[in-house]
Every structure is written in structure tokens, then in C-alpha cells.
Design a protein around this ligand. Structure first.
Ligand SMILES: [Zn+2]
Length: 139
């Protein structure tokens, strides 16, 4: 299973945006760390099973690989006093705002399953497009 948290595993274009995102949040006094970048389909299937065939909350509706499988998405969490803080809406709002300023799509705006940690940069391509072989113009 591949479940990387290395920024180096992102597509170079997304890697650069991710670094800018971290810096923009820092300037607003919010420290974030990257918790997930590149995944393979096996790991996506494992995530999908959470809250379904194994314990936990449902965290994704996506069973097949999406932007994470192509290095076009990453997940973050804010850190306060060296601890990950998952439930502070004020912090998420800043992180989401700064990500969107950089052109990222934010999972916090999604309706079906709100995914605040998630940011992707796909030029509007959906998971199915990516699986079908379509790529952003800068790929
Ligand atoms: Zn994600």
C-alpha cells in the first residue's frame, strides 16, 4: 500500500503550490502539516472500507483512486502547541481561504462528505477523468 505524506511525491506544480500554501498559512499564524499526498488504489480501497466493512467514521465516498493517486492532491491538519487540531473551524477557514487563493479546490466546500483537510489542483478534472487518462495542461 502506498500512503505517502511526502511533499516530494506530489506533481512538481502541486508541490510548489503546497509549499506556498504552508507559507501563506504561517503568515497568518497558522501552522499546518501535510498528512497525506500520494496514494495507490489499494490504500484508497482501505480508506473506503473505514466505516463500512471496518470500524470508524466514513471518510470518503471514493472507492477508486482519485487526485491523490496522481500526486494532484494533499491533506493537511493545523498544529497548535505541537498537536493536530481537527475540530477548530476558525483555523480551517483560514487554511481553506489561503488554499483557494492559490487556485486549489478545497474539500471543505464539498457537500456530500465535507473533507476539510483535502486540497486538490486538477484544472477541473474529476477522478474519473484522471482514471481515463486525462491530465491538466501543465502535466
Ligand atoms: Zn485528500
Amino acid at each position: 500500500m502506498v500512503n505517502s505524506r511526502k511533499i516530494e511525491d506530489l506533481h512538481p506544480v502541486v508541490r510548489e503550490i503546497c509549499r506556498k500554501h504552508i507559507e501563506a498559512c504561517r503568515k497568518r499564524g497558522v501552522e499546518i502539516i501535510v498528512t497525506s499526498t500520494l496514494r495507490d488504489s489499494e490504500y484508497q480501497e482501505y480508506l473506503y472500507s473505514q466505516g463500512r466493512s471496518r470500524p470508524g467514521n466514513i471518510v470518503t465516498n471514493m472507492r477508486l483512486i482519485g487526485p491523490h493517486g496522481f500526486g494532484l492532491a494533499y491533506d493537511v491538519v493545523p498544529i497548535v502547541k505541537r498537536k493536530a487540531v481537527w475540530n477548530n473551524d476558525w483555523l480551517w477557514k483560514i487554511i481553506g481561504e489561503e488554499g483557494k487563493k492559490l487556485g486549489l479546490t478545497w474539500g471543505g466546500d464539498w457537500k456530500s462528505i465535507v473533507d476539510k483537510p483535502h486540497f486538490e489542483y486538477t484544472e477541473g478534472l474529476k477522478a474519473a477523468d484522471l482514471r481515463a487518462g486525462k491530465r491538466p495542461s501543465w502535466w
